[in-house]
Design a protein around this ligand. Sequence first.
Ligand code: NAD
Ligand code: ZN
Length: 342
Amino acid sequence: MKALVKAKSEPGLWLEDVPEPEVGANDVLIDIQKTGVCGTDLHIYQWDSWAKKTIPVPMVVGHEFVGTVLETGSNVTDFHPGEIVSGEGHVVCGRCRNCLAGRRHLCAHTIGLGVNRPGAFAERLSLPMTNVWHHADDIDTDVAAIFDPLGNAVHTALHFDVLGEDVLVTGCGPIGCMAVAVAKHAGARFVVATDPNSERRALAKKMGATRTVDPMAETLTDVQAELGMKEGFDVGLEMSGNPNAFRDLLANLCHGGKCAMLGIPSEEIAIDWNTVVFNMLTIQGIYGREMYETWYQMTVMLQSGLDIAPVITSRLPYDRYEEGFAAMAAGGGGKVILDWTT
Ligand code: NAD
Ligand code: ZN
């Protein structure tokens, strides 16, 4: 079968013929329809220092996907051929204290799909049944292909209550933009989104931001005054990994404000700890998605009117993946989807 492989220890990905995946007794074999390209895949493509020390070569990459069930192992009773499915890209041990307590997103032995085990940028994928998520028959398969990053947005945006609250989102990449839509859908009053990139700000506006802000040109204090806010943002969602964005966010939270932090900083960040202490701020790191409460929340929010389709800005057949990665590297657009059915 065809797959996108990190075949050599150098920048690039290669479309190659690889052996069919094996289907164990507890596995589901999935016929891949569409895949989403993640920032992680771009890191692997570009072969940065994180990728070099993390990815064994050769490796089939990719972890955002939708497909249909082709075949199931002998222990699998609740998936059937033809059903539309996605999957959680973190394969957990199931035996550690966190796994046994149902906190599987906190498993210390997580194996990453397309990072530590063969991934989804392939015609077929075999995955343990405990990682497979069943979609409704009428789901938009473009949206189903990006449940993984939508899950990051949902996990972050719903970690603290946002109903009636004023929310600040720093970073309008695909995940920040989806978090804007989720916070609005969940009943936030104002959702203000910052990004120095004008294309990204336009996307955040499309996704429902009350106001977008160029942090290089405006201050959040002025924007708060313009909106009639008196005490700061109730909830901050850090979606950029940028030190200035994080500092700006903390400085603009209300007393008792809460920050959910998904963005991954590439360096240590110095912050004003006095603000954290005297204003009694809460900073919560967020990793991955809750298995499977976040998946449930995504499913039902889409059924109750959440629309994240505008975040998808590029759709390509899989053999034009180079164009997709170039679009990602350029930085301005939203999600890139590769179609494996062509
Ligand atoms: P992205 O790189 O596409 O978006 C980041 C955005 O931040 C860009 O649009 C950039 O212009 C913007 N930005 C840069 N400087 C800024 C500043 N000073 N103020 C405001 N915005 C600024 O990333 P993404 O794919 O949307 O992911 C968002 C973040 O979440 C990334 O840091 C990513 O690494 C991280 N992530 C974390 C997890 C997790 O489990 N914790 C999972 C997926 C992604
Ligand atoms: Zn575990």
